[in-house]
Design a protein around this ligand. Sequence first.
Ligand code: GLC
Length: 452
Amino acid sequence: MEPEQREALDESLVKIRAGRMTRRTFLERATSLGLSGSAAVSLLEACGSSSNSSGGNKAATNLIWQSEQESTNTYKAIVDTFNASVGQRKGIHVTWQQGPASTNDMLTRYTNMLRARDGSIDVLSIDIVYPAQFAASEWIRPITTQQWSNSERSAYLPGPLQGCTYQNQLWAAPFRSDVGVLYYRTDLINEAPGTWDDLTAQAQGVQHGQVKYGYVWQGAQYEGLVCNFCEVLYGYGGTVLDPNDPTKVTVNSDEGKAALARMVSWVGTISPRSVTTYMEDSSRQVWQNADAAFMRNWPYAYTLGEDSTQSRIANKFAVHALCAGGKNSVPHSVLGGWNMAINAYSPHGEQAWEFIHYMLQQDAQKKAALGAGLAMTLKSIYTDKDVLAKNPLFSQLQAILQNALPRPVSPRYTNVSDALQLRIYQALKREHSPGDALASLATDLKKIVTTV
Ligand code: GLC
């Protein structure tokens, strides 16, 4: 869609939200601007259903929140509560929009939309690796200290706050964090492994008749693979870029080779060959079907795994920190997470902030921790007795979060990530040896990090 068409669509959205355009005219206009019939209807529904359920309040501002994928309906319930309370009082009605399974698809969706200056989605959930890029492109609005004071901010985890900061300014509200954790079957494994070598040996041990696969993880060529690789690499004591000088590429090291060789050795042995197509939810399906002894995933898989209506391993698993590469190194999970930003092209910046602010409060944070088992950003959630009683993983998360490290930090993160995805994937598919893949990766990365 051309920018002018996008503007025309935005204009129609503003009109329909304000009750100044009929549904029919909106649909006609949207389809003439290139939207498919079903896209136009769902956009209309997002606006229309909002005004219907706002108690007939014609003055209500209708917002759309695009979240990351959330499969327990918890986000929907929190939004409903907002609409019936604060939203009702302040004349704001929010419609929640479910996200895709892969963060790469979400990025493509946002990039297309924001390049076209599309303001139809007001609140954007963005992955922890993207705030700097969105800010530099002026796609999102900064969150000022007048809106959210420093004393309020101090109640939240420092890592996610840091990840949302670019050039000393906060660009997204740290809504929820994430860390990679190791899930293991307590009916098969006596003690969680400390090293990747231990995990490999234990997985081999139980594969003889006890369980189909030893270890499932995320090996598809996408952002999740970057997380999985960094975690094994960090466990071996390696880095991608020099943390003190991000223009120096450090990935092609002995630690890098040991880590990548270890991962390659899993494909087709303790992990199925098809692990190179797995993302979070595909590995979770195999795991919940009782087909694996170990799984690397994020905390969200805990609640779903304990739900016996959909999981065959409820009450049969525990969670532990990931592994280290050798006896002397410490495991380091990668820091993930999703943050809420205001679309710079939304006409409802103020109301969007009202909603985001609500999502940061204790009530919403606790509901998301209880309902979806997400590693929220409000520190007090980790000592909340209801949360700890429902989900024992929370008692371990604080320590795991403390040792978590970010993915390589670069203003050109997307390019860095694309190079990692490609080269690591080629090694997993045995198209290149780990040594060759890392040498090519180092060359790719050098070009990226030294080009301004
Ligand atoms: C999770 C993390 C996110 C990461 C993604 C990779 O959603 O929260 O930070 O990029 O997984 O698949």
